[in-house]
Design a protein around this ligand. Structure first.
Ligand SMILES: Cc1ncc(COP(=O)(O)O)c(C=O)c1O
Length: 415
């Protein structure tokens, strides 16, 4: 990217991990223009356009087998809220009208509108709005670098997953409609994948209590982690996928819920939900062009291959005294910074270490996505490194030294 003064930046975070296919792709621009020429808007109570059919069909094929019923909206918060409402109506249709609570995890993010924020366990983003939120239960995160149960990986019995069983029993299974989780926790924890075995237990617990499992794939979907969907890494099938961001690669607002046949079959009437801009013809035309581009350029496979190269480069940054943990999968990486590597003690919030790294990176011509407060909602510094999936090895070779330099400069300011 170049700013108005001609200064060059490498986009090392795809905006907020959204611009998966990069900027200015002609096929996408043409698809939007062609659709606008045909018809720019048609309300779904009157018409369906061909672009809506094409997109939903394409998305259903891209989804895991058995998930193919698509509801369209305009972003991630709308998608996760729609998933919560879909889950509620699913239970109503089955004659279990007492079920409405969505269990989520602390230190997660599912969006900023009130319903989505009620599910989000991002303490710092919730704090000011707690009185407005729905009282949904939260369980501890799967955060191995700072295990909430004080365990290490070799002595781990996945308490973090069994916590769901305990929470559902404590809340009362008759009140719980769904569990929602990001397969790899994005902005709140800084790209933290679940440990192996975690989602298998989650699936088992959800099945036992007849609770739906919603995978929030707003950040992790569309190849970002090196597979079509983040949850594919664990061979577990969710009941509903909520997705957005990479779906239209930032060219236009677009989000979706993809439900399984099991969910769909319970519906005796339509899903009682919708927005003016759901199933937008132009957004769908863009969605088709973006998915075509992802497939034509093998971006999912590339994300897996280039991800390995990116992670190898990032691991060299462990030489820095503040680089505590490097993690992630595919072209989706995170770095957690600490004041002391041995004790993992974070910087005080006032130090603003990740903000300093962001500022130094920006000055040096690299864009990264910063985050704070992963440790306890107050302290903690991380950045996400997740460039567009069209990144080349040569460009990764530019990113690593820029990060190295910027982290060094931030350390120079505070150590
Ligand atoms: C995992 C996850 N879910 C939901 C959202 C909300 O998406 P939006 O900002 O499009 O409403 C985000 C946004 O960052 C996200 O990362």
């Amino acid at each position: 990217m170049w700013d108005n003064d001609g200064k060059r930046y490498i986009d090392g975070s795809a905006g907020p991990i959204c611009v998966n296919i990069g900027y200015g792709v002609k096929e996408v621009l043409d698809a939007a223009f062609r659709q606008m020429e045909k018809i720019s808007y048609a309300h779904s109570s009157h018409f369906t356009t061909r672009s809506v059919y094409e997109f939903t069909e394409k998305l259903a094929k891209f989804a895991p087998p058995g998930l193919g019923r698509v509801f369209l909206c305009s972003g991630g918060s709308e998608a996760t809220e729609a998933a919560a409402k879909l889950s509620r109506q699913y239970h109503l249709e089955r004659g279990e009208g007492s079920r409405y609570k969505v269990v989520a995890r602390w230190q997660s993010y599912h969006g900023n509108t009130l319903g989505a924020l009620s599910m989000s366990g991002n303490i710092s983003r919730r704090r000011k709005y707690v009185p407005l939120l729905i009282d949904f239960p939260h369980i501890p995160p799967a955060y191995c670098y700072r295990c909430p149960f004080g365990k290490t990986r070799d002595a781990c019995d996945l308490d973090c997953a069994w916590a769901l069983d305990r929470e559902i029993k404590a809340t009362g299974p008759d009140y719980v409609s769904a569990f929602i989780a990001e397969p790899v926790v994005g902005a709140t924890l800084g790209t933290v994948p679940a440990p192996d075995g975690y989602f298998q237990i989650i699936r088992e617990v959800c099945d036992e209590h007849e609770v739906l499992f919603i995978a929030d794939e707003v950040m992790t979907g569309l190849g970002r982690t090196g597979k079509n969907w983040g949850i594919d890494h664990w061979n577990v099938k969710p009941d509903i996928i909520a997705t957005a961001k990479g779906l239209a690669s930032g060219y236009i607002p677009l989000g979706a819920c993809i439900a399984s046949e099991k969910v769909f079959e319970e519906f005796k009437g339509p899903f009682a939900h919708g927005h003016t801009y759901g199933s937008h013809p132009v957004a769908c035309a863009v969605g088709v062009a973006v998915l075509d581009y992802v497939e034509k350029h093998n971006l999912v496979r590339k994300s897996a291959e280039l991800g390995e190269y990116l992670h190898k480069g990032l691991r060299d940054l462990y030489d820095h005294p503040t680089v505590g943990d490097v993690r992630g999968m595919g072209v989706f990486a995170g770095i957690e910074f600490v004041k002391d590597k041995e004790s993992k003690e974070p910087f005080d919030a006032e130090v603003g270490f990740s903000r300093r790294v962001l500022e130094r990176c920006f000055e040096n011509g690299l864009l990264v996505y910063p985050g704070v407060a992963a440790v306890d909602g107050f302290r903690g510094d991380h950045i996400q490194v997740a460039p567009p999936l069209i990144i080349t090895m040569a460009q990764i070779d530019e990113i690593i030294p820029l990060l190295d330099k910027s982290i060094g400069e931030a350390e120079g300011e505070v150590l």
